[in-house]
Ligand binder design. Structure first.
Ligand code: TEU
Length: 574
């Protein structure tokens, strides 16, 4: 097995709370994942990334961990995880766990000890700071700096008992760890080795580029209208992140002696940084999740401020990443995950007439690019955003806090709704739609968040094994990556980059050439004739429909929102 085995694979993300509920308590669980492993096998994916199942007060749905070596009873037991690892391995699927070590829960034993007194053993494992000079702790403006939290409000929480503030970039129940403390790092590495010894095959590292905080914790810039200073530019990708990841590699992975995968979640990372993080010679991580393409539609007032995005802008961004990482480094490819809106509603067209075609076409593009594709649960079914309408519809701490903060500042909820509908993380968190039946077959109880009403049309039962379905298209794309080295290892040539509706590129490897053509509009697209020169006798290896393949090969026209992948040993048009 080559060291870079992950170049030829597809990863499937399970958000366990919303995947499948085996015990009827309305929350998905590990046994639910075990019971539905056949779905992943059928799709053909190679790796399962499991979002957190560790012990947690669930303030941020498990991204607030109170015991890294324990499993939350909500999700099951350690034995269930052992069984999941074994069953996944039997099915030829590797298991990657989430690693959330920028912060712990405030209920983690380390933090409980840390806050117990100023000279506790773990005091300097967290960021404790006195009030700002001349201010009284706990009063407005006394925070050590002006940083805002990602989840609204100050990033500092006053602790009356010990008379200091602690830092939390996320919720107040997610205190940040001090990575410059070698004891913190040693404890994290020991925990990682413990999981690897249990059989897991790697880690997805949550906000791993935020672990290095700047010396002196300076105030952040405040733009007009900002309630708090911007912490993000100051904490994103500090220089020591590279040192820490190299140290981690040496302490955790260097002597593992078996295949593994590491992916660093890195908001704000640019392509140049990503090359450094993923250059195999530097031994940091195998790939990163970059955020540029999922931030393009973000307006100046933050994530719920939505600006229109054209295909051309999206394409320009992702193709630039393809080019910049073509000789050194490696891309992760994703349209959505548990933090992002549903891909078909955001980048495709979720009108019932176009939904399936555009979901399939998004799949075609992502799965034929160079990099490792990630499928987020339900994406392979073309699941959509949710028609939220009232404040009570939201569960996610980010949305709930935002609604509370904005309405308290006098903004009517109706003004917030469009942004929330478009981008609330809850869009991705409604239950996976297994059947057209009650609660979409997710639970026999009451789901923790209602299923999306369209589960009657969009569900696995209606798609698995059904020709032409989104699921079967994704299955074909996964198989193509396994079989066709031009997909997994080929070079990429962006084509027709000025076309407003056609996303086109070539792939090439050892004499095999592929041409990917994808329409991002409802109207038929005439493929520029020069693109098709030399492709007359080509084979359509994957297409969203027979019509799409025939349309391109016989008339040079791609029907609306359709896509094809052509294979030939002919010459790629320049
Ligand atoms: O997300 C980090 C992150 O930067 C954002 O995607 C975040 O979801 C938010 O939208 C910022 O506006 C990771 C996890 O994926 C997320 O679920 C956690 O809430 C977060 O870290 C904290 O652990």
């Amino acid at each position: 097995m080559p060291r870079d085995w992950w170049k030829g694979v597809v990863v499937y993300q399970v958000y366990p709370r919303s995947f499948a509920d085996s015990d009827g308590d309305g929350v998905g669980d590990i046994r639910g994942v075990i019971e539905r492993l056949g779905h992943l096998e059928r799709l053909g994916v190679d790796v399962l990334w499991l979002s957190p199942v560790y012990c947690s007060p669930q303030d941020d749905n498990g991204y607030d961990i109170s015991d890294y070596r324990g499993i939350d009873p909500l999700f099951g037991t350690l034995e269930d995880v052992d069984e999941l690892i074994a069953r996944a391995h039997d099915a030829g699927i590797r298991l990657v766990m989430d690693l959330v070590v920028n912060h712990t829960s405030d209920e983690h034993a380390w933090f409980v000890d840390s806050r117990s007194s100023r000279d506790s053993e773990h005091r300097d494992w967290y960021w404790w700071r006195p009030p700002r000079k001349g201010h009284v702790g706990g009063e407005a403006g006394a925070e050590p700096n002006n940083w805002g939290s990602f989840f609204s409000g100050s990033a500092w929480e006053w602790d009356e008992a010990t008379g200091e503030y602690y830092l939390h970039l996320f919720s107040r129940k997610q205190p940040d760890l001090v990575w410059s403390n070698p004891d913190v790092r040693a404890a994290v590495y020991a925990m990682m080795r413990w999981w690897l010894a249990r059989g897991v095959d790697g880690f997805r590292m949550d906000v791993i580029n935020l672990i290095d905080k700047p010396d002196g914790l300076p105030d952040g810039d405040k733009k007009l209208g900002d309630l708090w200073g911007q912490a993000f530019p100051l904490v994103s990708t500090g220089p020591r992140v590279h040192d820490y990841l190299q140290e981690m590699h040496g302490q955790v992975f260097a002597d593992l002696g078996r295949p593994y995968l590491t992916v660093g979640e890195m908001p704000g990372v640019d392509a140049e940084q990503a090359r450094l993080f993923t250059d195999p010679a530097r031994r940091e991580v195998d790939m990163v999740f970059q955020f540029e393409h999922v931030d393009l539609d973000k307006g100046p007032s933050g994530k719920f401020d939505i600006v229109p995005l054209t295909m051309a802008e999206l394409r320009a961004n992702l193709m630039r990443w393809q080019v910049e990482l073509d000789d050194v480094g490696w891309n992760s490819l994703y349209w959505d995950n548990h933090d992002q809106p549903r891909a078909v509603s955001r980048f495709g067209d979720d009108d019932p007439v176009w939904r399936e075609r555009s979901a399939k076409t998004l799949g075609t593009v992502l799965h034929t690019l160079r990099g490792t594709p990630y499928v987020y649960q339900g994406e392979e079914l073309g699941m959509t955003n949710v028609p939220f309408s009232a404040p009570e519809d939201f569960r996610d701490i980010e949305s709930v806090n935002y609604i509370r903060e904005q309405t308290a500042a006098g903004v009517p909820f109706s003004d917030l709704l469009p942004g929330l509908r478009f981008r609330s993380r809850d869009n991705a968190r409604t239950p996976v739609q297994w059947t057209a039946g009650e609660h979409a077959g997710f639970t026999r109880g009451e789901p923790w968040i209602p299923v999306t009403p369209n589960h009657e049309e969009i569900n696995a039962e209606a798609q698995v094994g059904v020709e032409g379905s989104v699921f079967e298209h994704y299955r074909a794309l996964v198989a193509l990556r396994h079989e066709e080295r031009a997909v997994s290892h080929g070079t990429v040539t962006p084509l027709a980059m000025d076309h407003p509706d056609l996303w086109a590129f070539g792939r090439e490897h050892e004499g095999t050439r592929l041409l990917v053509l994808a329409s991002f509009t409802r109207e038929p697209v005439e493929v520029p004739p020069e693109l098709l020169e030399g492709w007359e006798g080509a084979e359509a290896v994957v297409a969203t429909s027979g019509d799409a393949a025939a349309g391109v090969l016989t008339h040079g026209v791609l029907p609306g929102w359709e896509s094809v992948v052509l294979r030939s040993s002919g010459t790629l048009a320049e």
